[in-house]
Every structure is written in structure tokens, then in C-alpha cells.
Write a protein that binds this ligand. Structure first.
Ligand SMILES: Cc1ncc(COP(=O)(O)O)c(C=O)c1O
Length: 442
């Protein structure tokens, strides 16, 4: 497939650097222009297989669900924006009803916003007003967004926080990152030392559990490294929350919407949270966030929280059409995510045996992370090698995103064909082989 760096690509990147404030782009000169199922084409017609789903947004194919596109086109002819927080509209109500039907019994009520970070901002405010408590508990390596409330909880990279404090009152605790256990133990003989630690240290010595409004957790950590915790970890923090009158907030912005093979990632752990936050995939490519609250928590006073674009009719039209698609294909999407996830994992496990720099492979469904190390014994993070693998793959027609210190996310659309999945893994393996060989020489 061989990527061609054209004059057009160079010129757009040069113009971008003059007028756009720096964001989070890596090294690859990727300017997507057209999505088509498993593939994406850039502005110069270069074709790529997509293992990024554009950060887990196109979970069901790049721009490829015709009824989602049709619903948006039809809605925008009539009315794009209806100031849903100030006036009434049926479409967002219908979507809320549909969305709630995907949740466990007892849910609930929904607040609509425009992004993941806003969904979490709402969850922070609701947790505080429901409990009349002011502290929050979150985890190292977590990513909950970049607006100041969410950023107070985000603890993934220093660059994201430096110079932005003071923050909300958040206590941080280690996540169950078993490949690099913060307690030097091994699962399952560890006795869940990480859960014990939360009770004894932050909640035993620093902040009274009676003052903590909520524990915010990603059921699978995303940006921080695609870290999959053992079931007992999530169950343990559910217990801490329940025992102390705290709420448990499941941030499913990246892991929700079938990514793990279930609509809610939390269901993999047989745990029900009190508040769920969703965004990314929810409107098939248009901006939308949703904060879904357990019914028994009640409501918030008039005027306590609102926005302008929440329930935007174009986004809601897309979300409604997408959810209908998900419901119609639920059984197939579940089995596809599991089957293709297993396929990818077993191939990646084989690669782990072959290449010294591939230290860890982990995942649930089609939410898979691979972590690179200088060598398997020291586990020293191999960030440069990871970046080189992403670039090499890109130059050979495969798009992937990094995460954590030295990991890569493998998150193709769940609907990717097995043939394309395997072709993408071939490109990835060629990249790992090449970088592994040159790291041996160095
Ligand atoms: C788990 C999680 N929460 C929140 C966010 C923030 O979402 P957004 O970028 O839409 O604000 C992200 C984004 O990557 C995320 O992965």
C-alpha cells in the first residue's frame, strides 16, 4: 500500500502549524479525507487500514452506517439546533429512552453534552450535589478529560496537568496495572493489595471516606495504556463506594458502546455503577456526551447544570439511528467483538513470544493494548520503539494510536472483516520485526 508524502500533505501540515494551537498529534502525517468501512483514504488518495476507529468513535466502521448518514441529512433539513435545555424536543427524549433501555434496572435519567470531558464534568457536579460531599477519588494512569474538573481526576501524563492547578479535591490511588504492579506483586496471589491500599492509605490516613462524593473509574483504562484490571479490583472499589456512601462513576467514554463486546464495559466485571459517562462512539461521528444517572439518585435543582448544545438535533438523529443499528445487530456485534478480539489476541500473543520488545498483550473484546519494553526482564518502557512501530505501520498503510508510556491501542472497527484484521496484524508484525531487529543492533 506504501504511503506517498505529497506536496499537498506537506502544505496542509505547514499551514496548520501557523494557525492551529498545538494539540496531541504524533509524528504521522495523516490527513484523513474519506472513510469507508475498514479503510480510510487521505487527501492524496493514500489508502489505510484503520486500527484506530478514530479514537474508538467509529466502532462500527469508518463513516459507514448508511442509516446514520441518512438520519443526519434528513434532520438538518428541518432543524439542526433546538436549544433542548431551554425548549422541548421529542428526538432527544426518544434517544434517552432508548439509551436507558441498554442500562441495568434502575436507570435512570440522562444529561446530554458535547464530549467526554463534559459528560464527566456533569458527573462530578451530580456526585457532589447528590451526596453533599466535596472530595473525589480517581486513579493513576486515568484519563477523564482536559477541562478543569475532569483534569483534576486525570493522572496519566504530567504534561496534561502541569501549570493548570489548583485542581478539585481529588485523591489518587494506584490502578490495578498488573504488568507493572505498583506493589511488586503478581495476580492472583497479590490478594488485591491495591484495593486494600485504598482503604488503608488514602481513605485511612488522608481523606475521610465520609467526605468522598464519588470514585471515578475507567473499567478499562484507555489513554493511560489500555490497562485491563482483574474483576476483583472493580468489584473491590464498588464495595468501598457502597460501604461508605460514595457513588461509583463508570467512565465509559472510550470503553463503552460495544468496544469490549458489551454495551457497557462495566458489565464485564459484573458490577453496576451509580453514574455512567459516555461519548466518542455514541453519535457515530458527531459530537455528543451523555451522563446517565441511577434513578434513585433523583434530580438536580432547576438551573444547577445546563448547556447550549446538549441534545443537539443533528447529533441526536445520528445517535438514535446508531443505537437502533446496535440493538438490531446486538448478538452479532457481541460475537464479532469477542471472536475477532480473540483472533487478534492470540496472534499478538504469538508475536510476544517472538519479539523481545513486545512486553505485554492485554484486552477485552476489541479493546486491546500492546506494551513495548527495552527488554522483557527490566520492562524499561520503549517509547521510541513504540513510536517507530506506529510510523513504520503508517508508511505501510496501517493507522494506529499510541497510549500510556510505551503502548499501542489496537482498536479497529468491531465490524472489520477477518481478512482485513489479519492483513493489519501482518503489517503490525512486520513493523515490530523491523524495530525489534534494529533495537538488537543498537
Ligand atoms: C475514558 C475517557 N474519558 C474522557 C475522555 C474525554 O473525552 P473528550 O475528548 O470527548 O472530552 C476520554 C478521551 O479520550 C476518555 O478516553
Amino acid at each position: 500500500m506504501g504511503f506517498k508524502l505529497t506536496r499537498k500533505i506537506k502544505s496542509i501540515i505547514e499551514r496548520d502549524s501557523k494557525v492551529i494551537l498545538t494539540t496531541t498529534r504524533g509524528e504521522i502525517p495523516f490527513i484523513p479525507a474519506k472513510g469507508s468501512g475498514d479503510f480510510v483514504y487521505d487527501v492524496s488518495g493514500n489508502r489505510f487500514l484503520d486500527f484506530s476507529s478514530f479514537i474508538s468513535v467509529y466502532n462500527f466502521g469508518n463513516n459507514s452506517i448508511p442509516e446514520v448518514r441518512a438520519a443526519i441529512s434528513s434532520q438538518i433539513q428541518d432543524l439542526m439546533h433546538s436549544a433542548f435545555t431551554d425548549f422541548y424536543a421529542e428526538q432527544p427524549v426518544a434517544f434517552a429512552e432508548n439509551l436507558i433501555s441498554m442500562f441495568p434496572k434502575g436507570f435512570g435519567k440522562v444529561f446530554f453534552s458535547n464530549s467526554g470531558t463534559e459528560a464527566n464534568e456533569a458527573a462530578i457536579k451530580y456526585s457532589k450535589i447528590f451526596t453533599k460531599r466535596q472530595y473525589l477519588l480517581a486513579f493513576y494512569n486515568s484519563f477523564h478529560g482536559r477541562t478543569l474538573g475532569s483534569l483534576s481526576m486525570t493522572a496519566s501524563k504530567l504534561a496534561q496537568r502541569e501549570h493548570f492547578g489548583p485542581f478539585n479535591q481529588v485523591v489518587h490511588a494506584p490502578y490495578a496495572y498488573c504488568y507493572r504492579c505498583p506493589f511488586g506483586k503478581e495476580y492472583p496471589t497479590c490478594g488485591m493489595a491495591c484495593v486494600d491500599y485504598i482503604k488503608k492509605q488514602p481513605l485511612g490516613k488522608e481523606t475521610s471516606p465520609r467526605e468522598v462524593a464519588a470514585i471515578f473509574v475507567e473499567p478499562v483504562q484507555g489513554e493511560g495504556g489500555y490497562i485491563v484490571p482483574p474483576k476483583e479490583f472493580i468489584q473491590g472499589i464498588r464495595e468501598i463506594a457502597s460501604d461508605n456512601g460514595m457513588l461509583l462513576v463508570s467512565d465509559e467514554v472510550q470503553s463503552g458502546y460495544m468496544r469490549t463486546g458489551r454495551f457497557l464495559a462495566m458489565d464485564n466485571f459484573k458490577v453496576t455503577a451509580d453514574i455512567y459517562t459516555m461519548a466518542k462512539a455514541i453519535a457515530g461521528g458527531l459530537p455528543m456526551g451523555a451522563t446517565v444517572v441511577r434513578k434513585s439518585l433523583g434530580d438536580v435543582p432547576e438551573g444547577a447544570h445546563s448547556n447550549t448544545f446538549g441534545g443537539n438535533l443533528a447529533s441526536v438523529a445520528a445517535a438514535n439511528a446508531l443505537l437502533k443499528y446496535v440493538k438490531r445487530h446486538m448478538a452479532s456485534l457481541q460475537s464479532q467483538a469477542r471472536r475477532k478480539g480473540r483472533l487478534a489476541m492470540s496472534r499478538l500473543e504469538e508475536m510476544k513470544e517472538k519479539y523481545e520488545i513486545l512486553g505485554d498483550v492485554r484486552g477485552i473484546g476489541m479493546m486491546i493494548g500492546i506494551e513495548f519494553v527495552k527488554d522483557k526482564k527490566t520492562k524499561q518502557p520503549a517509547e521510541k520503539e513504540r513510536d517507530a512501530i506506529i510510523s513504520y505501520s503508517f508508511n505501510n498503510g496501517l493507522v494506529m494510536l499510541p497510549c500510556g508510556e510505551s503502548s499501542i491501542r489496537i482498536i479497529p472497527p468491531i465490524t472489520i472483516s477477518e481478512k482485513h484484521l489479519s492483513e493489519g496484524l501482518d503489517i503490525l508484525e512486520a513493523s515490530i520485526r523491523s524495530v525489534n531487529a534494529s533495537s538488537k543492533k543498537a
